[in-house]
Write a protein that binds this ligand. Structure first.
Ligand SMILES: Cc1ncc(COP(=O)(O)O)c(C=O)c1O
Length: 413
């Protein structure tokens, strides 16, 4: 049995070539059936009920966090808060840093030019509202962080550095250990925040080994339901972080003139959480564990990256108008490939791929500063995951070639 048969979408759409997993991943039966099971057998609100259904929901929610602890090698569940998605997690974090007076006017937040808008806009909002400074570290020719530029921009007012672990456009993996060493040597009080949204589905971001301060990621790219985001924080830091959002479930007591926040991690989880989504994340992590964990993901990824880049070598000799945005190295990357072309309008290219039953993305991929730094409007992005095959990659390059040779009109006609 291949991994692909674990994903019902492919039996419902036998001709489908799904190459958009950087956007969201398809779901295995274990996740789909797990969600149905919990809604049928053990669903109620958590934290509030003494009855058995509520207790079962509570156990599910807590087990999900235990699975996240295993996945990222955190210390304990108190370090893990759930929210809506990675975007929400970054907004909660930025506003909570402000609420705690840990981020103030004139403080500087450093980002890279490869960031997703989710890790740009919350900081630009802080710039608008309280007057922080936001600066972008350049990338080198290999689309890696330019460490010389980083060193120059590490001025005394830097309070936070927030970086993606892997780019959702180029697939480049940043050397976070080197960043950490440089930051800690310069000023140990600078907070290191990592956006693990693209990395966590591919390789282990070992929190204890990396020794970073905060990390966010999003469940749906890891095969859970949408609507479940993860905020990891070091316990010592979370304890002194004032929650910028509040309400029921996140307090110890409330009076007319004040309240006391609850303990960790529920103080960052006001309101009823996405219980079934948390359960779906548990099943997704269990699924990864059942197929051999990150070792197996990395084995499949290595093979598909090698195959894609081998096909690309042939393709590029036939289509010189197409550029792969990044180097052709197999190491130091995830299985995300972006192709730029000015031979055709990008949305036409994506439509033409859809005509071939191939799902790809075309556009700026929520990384406009990266596109601007490359002086391009966007790219055609193919992104792979566990369930993809060599045949999917063959069909991608064959269709791309047809589209470029025959044009969109001919294909559709
Ligand atoms: C690197 C990166 N960060 C953050 C996000 C935002 O994820 P979400 O939309 O689930 O909040 C994405 C989504 O594509 C991403 O690729």
């Amino acid at each position: 049995m291949s991994i692909r048969t674990d994903f019902p979408v492919f039996s419902h759409h036998p001709d489908l070539v799904y190459l958009d997993s950087a956007s969201t991943a398809q779901k295995p039966s274990r996740v789909i059936e797990g969600m149905k099971y919990h809604m049928e057998h053990g669903y109620a609100n958590i934290h509030r009920g003494a009855y058995i259904l509520s207790e079962e929901s509570e156990v599910l929610y807590h087990s999900s966090k235990e699975a996240v602890v295993r996945l990222i090698h955190a210390h304990e569940t108190a370090e893990i808060s759930y929210c809506y998605n990675a975007t929400a997690a970054l907004n909660i974090l930025s506003t909570s840093l402000i609420a705690s007076s840990q981020l103030n006017k004139w403080d500087k937040v450093l980002l890279s030019r490869a960031e997703h808008h989710a890790n740009i806009v919350p900081w630009l909002i802080a710039k608008q509202t309280i007057g922080i400074e936001v600066e972008f570290v350049s990338l080198d020719a290999d689309f890696q962080l330019d460490f010389t530029d980083l060193e120059e921009k590490l001025t005394p007012n830097v309070r936070v550095i927030a970086l993606t672990a892997a780019s959702n456009v180029t697939g480049a993996v940043f050397d976070l250990a080197r960043v950490r060493d440089m930051i800690r040597a310069k000023n140990p009080s600078i907070l290191i925040i990592v956006d693990g949204s693209q990395a966590v589905p591919h390789f282990q971001l070992d929190i204890q080994a990396l020794d970073i301060d905060y990390m966010v990621f999003t469940g749906h790219k890891l095969m859970s339901d949408t609507g479940i985001g993860i905020l990891y924080g070091k316990k010592s830091l979370l304890k002194v972080l004032t929650p910028a959002i509040g309400g029921g479930g996140a307090i110890n007591w409330v009076r007319e003139d004040g309240f006391a926040p609850s303990g960790l991690p529920s103080r960052f989880e006001p309101g009823t959480p996405h219980i079934i989504g948390a359960g779906s994340l548990l099943r997704a992590i269990e699924y990864i564990e059942s197929i051999g964990g990150y070792a197996e993901i990395e084995r499949i990824e290595k093979d598909l990256v090698h195959y894609t880049l081998t096909k690309w070598q042939v393709f590029k000799t036939q289509h010189s108008t197409v550029k792969l945005i990044w180097t052709e190295k197999e190491e130091g990357r995830i299985w995300v490939f972006s192709f730029a072309t000015d031979a055709m309008h990008l949305s036409d290219v994506a439509d033409a791929f859809a005509h071939h039953s191939i799902c790809v993305r075309a556009g700026h991929h929520c990384a406009e500063p990266l596109m601007q730094s490359q002086c391009i409007m966007g790219s055609v992005r193919m992104s792979l995951f566990l369930y993809n095959t060599h045949e999917d990659i063959d069909r991608f390059f064959q269709a791309f070639s047809d589209i470029l040779i025959h044009g969109v009109m001919n294909i559709e006609g």
